[in-house]
Design a protein around this ligand. Sequence first.
Ligand code: FAD
Ligand code: DHB
Length: 392
Amino acid sequence: IRTQVAIIGAGPAGLFLSHLLHRQGIANVILDSRSREQIEQTIRAGVLEQWTVDLMNDLGLGARMMREAHFHRGISLQYGHERHHLDLEELTGGKKVTVYPQHEVLRDLLEAHDAVGGGQIVFGVGDVALHGLTSARPRVTFRRSEDGLEEVLEADFVAGCDGSQGGSRQHIEGRTEYQKLYPFGWLGILVEAPPSYHELVYARHERGFALLSTRSDTVQRMYIQCGPTDDVADYPDERVWRELRVRLATGGWQLTEGRIFQKNVVGLRSFVSDRMQHGRLFIAGDAAHIVPPTGAKGLNLAVADAVYLYRGLEQVYRCGRRERLDAYTDTCLRRIWRAERFSWYMTTMLHLNPGENPFEQRIHMADLEYVTHSRAAATALAENYVGLPLEG
Ligand code: FAD
Ligand code: DHB
């Protein structure tokens, strides 16, 4: 097969890139090792930044989102058993918190892809390997699931959008990797119940962090801080409810419980590769960086990379100039480090870290006091939470 841009990975980064390119008539083919069903059913992030919502609408992909998403004015931060509302909409001049889960975004992107025939997606591929990345004609070899035969995809450029476990990053020569592991994880549940509160609640408690989020009028998403490698088997339903009730407890409010139908554990880490391009390979999204989920940035950051990469490729195909493509890593990294900082700040402020001493714990309490009582501090949090504007 011959195309202009070969995209590895049909996650948020790969699918947005494909749509943006297709809209400008730039041919592309996506390869993904998972099946379409697996991609559409994996439960991950839940919050979209305002510009991500705007981009979905600009691309004509936003109709279901505008009907089914939950739009919140703000979020609540809780500590010392008290809830403090931050009115993000007012603090940012009208930007909202949109709760619309990642797998719904992916479903909308895949459906639109079917409708416009926007290039080809090959699901369930194996043995993906990249070749000739510094030559004028890079190639990707892979095996189709149906017959196991090896195929060759030739392209002008390769986009590595294959997530944190993908192999693309290994081809980026001369990179330095920055990493921080946190000594905790999140146990997430999906529950059949109506919402318990009108907005997300991020709670710091002596027993650890808890987050109350939503999915729909009948399904809720909740998380509790747990050990980084804890097993869901150690968290029978009654234990999860006890922790949620205690950590989210506040006067005059009650948690609505229901049937838990999904549980998972993720470890928290921060990671940045300081190079995102090598020859004709460009990596985007989780392939290049990871944020802990507390700032709700992971999905949005992946989409921002896709937009910057699209702009670089579009310039090359439109007028043969490479400034934007050459500046791709630097442009992305400015946003990435800000998102890393914000995610680290939210994570350290809201979690109980057994490795920290009482002084450090008190500093986090002071941070919470500050951000819930100072308009200047609240404005800084708000600006980051709803999403910094894209450059250019
Ligand atoms: P991905 O979504 O990971 O997509 C990569 C794609 O590449 C996948 O479809 C994969 O199948 C494919 N792929 C991988 N390797 C290969 C290969 N060798 N060949 C072909 N295809 C390949 N963020 C939040 O903000 N909040 C959350 O609550 C949250 N929860 C998360 C829970 C989990 C379990 C994980 C893993 C992430 C979570 N995130 C969360 C982060 C967020 O989901 C990611 O930042 C986002 O998915 C990144 O998008 P991406 O397109 O870069 O990568
Ligand atoms: C959700 C996930 C997050 O990481 C977050 O900060 C807020 C909400 C969610 O899954 O709903």
